[in-house]
Design a protein around this ligand. Structure first.
Ligand code: ASP
Length: 435
């Protein structure tokens, strides 16, 4: 039995949070592999260390005095170390970092120091072995994980050390230089380590007791999601639910290792389980998410012409401008492209011009006021009448539906409405199908 446990920045914001982490880790001997983020915000208006490190690098790059910004970083770490009576010589660590300061400092290296130092501190505090992520997590030059090398290195380390702390958010390029993941990447580090160590479970500790069915800013106190499949989670995060880093599930999904989202501030709460083996077959809707600001470009072709040919030519135009098409609902003589407005804004006029030039295109109509709402639920496919219920909810609430799309495997139904109806739609779906 072996657990990988990852703690996000809010779980490491100050010494009280460090204490909570220690209690959690030491209360279960299976919690052998610990991953940490950099120190996070203590209050809503506080700074995140990672942001300050990016800012330090920007100051250095543009020749602006960085001292006051970097001092905030130092003070945060020094305070925690002092509160916890750690022996780690942080001043020396900062000296090493500052000795590299120059206009051309390696940004990935500098920013990664947030997790590096947090991990060193946590290792001492837990009496676990500190293992630098650059020695066990490897990427190629394009940033793709080298799983074989990584798995081997992690397994070698675990043969020697029983309990380790690894900084999240980075690893090494083939030349040993630091490769930083994208923001929130410590989630991915945990997943990589869970896979490499063939963990029983990957616990991702944060400041909420798991995922909510929908956005609490729209629906006050929505229900908690108890379990969710990997695929459902991907659908929801793709549609804007701010949950885990979106690459988190790939490594663990390969070995079918469940992820448990847990709350450092309320460790007894069950949290949310992400797994391929969901057992609840009653809950029809798992989650509702959505995003505003999509454009719909509707192409009306001349009657009796070949739709496939027109579609192919239109998609060629999109490919030329590297514009991702989210959905493509179609009818006999028309089809629409649903695209994020921000992704097409720069080339909208060129795109429209080129589409109009295509043989057999009769007209092109643009509607740029669309919000998409995704209703996600693995159990929808076993239950008839869900769409009917959904659409009648829109009817009774007087919400006009502009687009309908059902994704593969009947995992989600996507409905496009006016931006101004977005919140109303989410509330109505929640009331009608979840509550
Ligand atoms: N500290 C990094 C960030 O703020 C990575 C992480 O926390 O996952 O994005």
């Amino acid at each position: 039995m072996q657990k990988v446990v990852k703690f996000g920045g809010s779980s490491l914001a100050n010494s009280t949070q460090f204490e909570k982490v220690k209690n959690i880790v030491l209360s279960d001997p299976a919690r052998r592999i610990v991953v940490v983020s950099a120190l996070g915000k203590r209050t809503k208006d506080d700074y995140k260390i990672t942001d300050l490190l990016f800012l330090t690098q920007a100051h250095l790059k543009y020749g602006v005095d960085e001292k006051s910004v970097f001092q905030i970083v130092k003070d945060r770490y020094l305070e925690v170390a002092k509160d916890l009576n750690l022996k780690l010589d942080l001043n020396k660590e900062f000296e090493i970092i500052e000795s590299e300061f120059s206009k051309t400092i390696d940004k990935e290296m500098l920013v990664s120091r947030g997790e590096f130092l947090a991990a060193k501190m946590m290792a001492e505090y837990l009496d676990y072995k500190f293992i630098d992520a650059k020695d066990v997590i490897f990427f190629d030059y394009s940033g793709v994980i080298d799983s074989e090398k990584t798995d081997k290195a992690v397994q070698e380390v675990l043969k020697v050390y029983d309990k380790i702390v690894v900084p999240g958010f980075y690893g090494a390029y083939p030349d040993g230089k630091i490769h930083l993941l994208s923001r929130g990447g410590s989630d991915v580090t945990g997943s990589i380590l869970a896979k490499a160590s063939d963990a029983t479970i990957y616990e991702n500790w944060t400041d909420v007791s798991g995922f909510l069915v929908t956005d609490p800013r729209i629906v006050p106190s929505p229900k908690q999601i108890k379990e969710i499949s990997y695929e459902e989670l991907r659908e929801l995060s793709y549609m804007g639910a701010n949950v885990l880093h979106e690459d988190t599930i790939f490594p663990v999904q390969e070995l079918d290792i469940p992820i448990n989202i847990k709350n450092t501030n309320s460790p007894d709460d069950e949290g949310t389980i992400i797994t391929s083996k969901c057992v609840d077959t009653k809950q029809i809707i798992t989650g509702i998410a959505g995003k505003k600001d999509y454009d719909s470009i509707t192409i009306i072709k001349k009657p009796k012409t070949e739709k496939l040919k027109v579609m192919r030519e239109v998609l060629k135009v999109m490919a030329k401008y590297n514009i991702n098409v989210e959905h493509m609902p179609s009818s006999i003589d028309t089809f629409s492209l649903i695209i994020e407005s921000s992704k097409i804004a720069k080339h909208l006029y060129e795109v429209l011009f080129e589409i109009k030039e295509i043989e057999d295109v009769m007209d092109v109509v643009v509607d740029s006021d669309i919000a998409l709402v995704a209703v996600v639920g693995r159990n929808m496919k076993t239950k008839a009448g869900i769409s009917a219920k959904l659409f009648s909810i829109f009817g009774t609430n007087n919400i006009n539906i502009k687009v309908i799309a059902q994704a593969s495997q009947e995992l989600s139904i996507i409905v496009g409405v006016s931006n101004s109806d977005f919140e109303k739609a989410i509330k109505a779906i929640y009331e009608g199908l979840v509550n």
